[in-house]
Ligand binder design. Sequence first.
Ligand code: ZN
Length: 56
Amino acid sequence: MSANRLVAPSSCHYCGIGRHEHFGRWTTGVGWHTFVPPDQTLIKARMLARRAARTP
Ligand SMILES: [Zn+2]
């Protein structure tokens, strides 16, 4: 996944789609799933990735 595909820290654990637009979703490697909240470790990793992407 490239820096252009950064996702919101609180979006789906598996596919990175936001809770409000998720519903049921089929994703390669995961299959059919509903919104799964990310755990604290993943939220933190996503926040750090976004911060790193903003840094020149
Ligand atoms: Zn998902």
